[in-house]
Design a protein around this ligand. Sequence first.
Ligand code: ZN
Length: 326
Amino acid sequence: MSVTITNSGAIVLDKVVCDGYLPGHKIRVVTHVHSDHLLGLEDSIRDGDLICTTSATKDLLEVMEGLYPPQIVTPNYKTSFSYENDTITLLPAEHILGSAQVLVETQNGQRYVYSSDFRYEETQATKCDILVLDATYGHPSCIRPPLSETKATLVNLVRSELEKQNSIIIFGFYGKLQEVMRLIHEAKIDMPFINPPKVYSVSKIYEKYNIPLGDFYSSSSVMGKKILKSQKYAGFYHPLFKPKVYKNSTFIHLTGWQFEAPYKKIGLGEYVFSWSGHSDFNQLISYVKNCRPKLVITDNSRPGSARKLAEEITARLGIEAKPEPS
Ligand SMILES: [Zn+2]
């Protein structure tokens, strides 16, 4: 089979392997910097001829993982290149900075697409013969309110908590945190942002690519320490990080697993907001419809609902679909 997903999470599109390691495949695409898409990357660096990714992902690999693959190539989005009779094109994907979908066109005209992780708001669907699809939120119960509604609600909450002289502590994965920094900045809410050092290094890469995030400071800098002792700041942390919190604070957890309503209050001054870098179920179905593939392979190597999603694609769209690995 020229398109498949291995038990170890490698997505195989003819001669190209994405987001996992497979011995014998000499070209690897890194679709984005999240750790579940960097599986076996050091093996690929040791064995491979080419590591292909966007320049933003290359920068993020350096600051987040300390990885500098010597054979890395960084084509621009929508700029194709050839490798052993395959034509490879990275296409934009709305997720973390640098994210890409992958299109491989074979010598005999077959078009294979790997969606990787994406939110189907600004991401474009590409016509293909075989589509490998993210299935994280592939269950029909995974339906979120529109992101625009969640954004408006979040801005209102931040404004009102700030008026009460509360600091805002936000927890989320890399990429989502920067989206919320940008949202608060663009809403013209005047407050400095605090980032722990790793979040700060990611934010600096966003800044390098001209994405405005407002005034942000590392928590370990002199200025950062001074701001932490004030009452008016928003702190942005990885979900596993336990920040030292000064004075009154309001906590916001960003999660893709909050459905139906934009948010839920879970305690005194503590909220869960519906925010994901992934498509929900309805967006997945509509993306597949617009890619018009003959076959969909749903990713069963990463957490999600690959089996159910494949059943729903066939039932709703009449397109052959199967989970892999089975
Ligand atoms: Zn991801």
